[in-house]
Design a protein around this ligand. Structure first.
Ligand code: 5AD
Ligand code: SF4
Length: 346
């Protein structure tokens, strides 16, 4: 552990700033990991406290018009048993989640064009009446669509940039356009959504420089939430044979993001748990403050296979909230009782 690199951790903890080469050095040196995680945990405690925000995730359609090379839901994957929930079922799941005490419902799907603006607006308005915050994670849309959803009551939006390396983006998101994705993020921000973005960690060919660039991008775009997870190779995709990202790098990214953006919301993601047992708990002790339990029924959930191993996490929605609460309390934290909006101090 060299003094210079330890100095970067101290600098990040006190000034919340690092240069790109400094981030790269932190990512490259595994002797400093414990010091890095401890610093991120202190910053998390100081800025967002011991509360853990729970968000109830509803995966309402696994249809997708996109063809991302890493993702099991890509349109060319004919092994997927496709489903879309009826609007009434989606609202019903949201009602159950609100009844369990969730204060936020996350509506996630592939880019399913059958959910028209009118259909989505109707679902959002009905869920909004339950008194919960609504997060959407439904992909790239026009400004007018984002505006309609915002006016109907959506509060937050998740749209990962996936990677800021334009070449890799082009390679792995073949029909998509990096600039349009950035346009989406800017539109969402300008419409007053709490903006969530993030990236995949360990895509083939991705370097620590690329990852450091991702972190700087999150700051520039003004993200309020950052969701990151290791890339896990899916056998039914063109990246079947790829090695995949590591838990360690993913958690280091998380810790660095916490140091540099101290007051944002950072989920402990399912992909982390998939690679390491209790991976989400470790993430909560390394800078994360959000968990998104899945409240979709087990039958549909098992068909939402972005990557292998995800379905293994399918326990019943009720057991999820009970066991999640227990786990959170076992590490000296507590489940938040409020809506969990970002309280901006930076
Ligand atoms: N491994 C890990 N995460 C993945 N995602 C898609 N495919 C994979 C995979 N193979 C992530 C993407 C997307 C989010 C919903 O799931 O980052 O934005
Ligand atoms: Fe579709 Fe999202 Fe998967 Fe890409 S990552 S194929 S947009 S569900």
């Amino acid at each position: 552990m060299t003094n210079a690199i330890v100095g970067f951790i101290t600098k990040a903890e006190t000034t919340h700033q690092l240069t790109k080469p400094e981030i790269v050095q932190l990512l490259s040196d595994d002797t400093i990991n414990d010091a890095l995680f401890a610093a991120a945990d202190r910053v998390r405690k100081k800025y967002v406290g011991d509360a853990v925000q729970l968000r109830a995730l509803i995966e309402f359609s696994n249809y997708c018009r996109q063809n991302c090379c890493y993702c099991g839901l890509r349109r060319d994957n004919d092994k997927v048993d496709r489903y879309r929930l009826e609007p009434e079922t989606i609202v019903e799941f949201a009602k159950n989640a609100a009844g369990m005490g969730y204060k936020t419902v996350v509506l996630q799907s592939g880019e399913d064009m059958s959910f028209t603006v009118d259909k989505m607006v109707s679902i959002i308005s009905k869920i909004k009446k339950l008194g919960v915050a609504i997060t959407l994670s439904i992909g790239e849309k026009s400004y007018d669509e984002y505006k309609a959803y915002r006016e109907a009551g959506a509060d937050r939006y998740l749209l990962r940039i996936e990677t800021t390396n334009r070449e890799l983006y082009k390679k792995y998101d073949p029909d998509m356009d990096f600039d349009n994705r950035v346009r989406c993020l800017k539109d969402l921000k300008s419409l007053g959504y709490e903006l969530g973005t993030g990236s995949l960690i360990g895509l083939p060919g991705q370097t620590f420089e690329d990852m450091a660039g991702d972190i700087l991008f999150f700051g520039e775009i003004g993200a309020d939430m950052i969701g990151m997870g290791p890339f896990i190779a899916n056998p039914d995709t063109p990246l079947a044979a790829a090695e995949g990202g590591t838990y360690t790098t993913a958690i280091k990214m998380l810790a660095i993001v916490r140091l540099l953006m101290p007051d944002i919301n950072i989920p402990a993601t399912t992909a982390m748990e998939t690679l390491t047992p209790e991976g989400r708990l470790v993430a909560l002790k390394s800078g994360a403050n959000v968990v998104m339990p899945n409240v979709t029924d087990a039958d549909h959930r098992s068909k939402y296979n972005l990557y292998p191993g995800k379905a293994r996490l399918a326990d019943s929605p009720f057991r999820s909230i009970a066991s999640v609460r227990e786990k959170i309390e076992s590490i000296g934290r507590f489940v938040s009782e409020d809506f969990g909006y970002r309280i901006k101090t930076k």
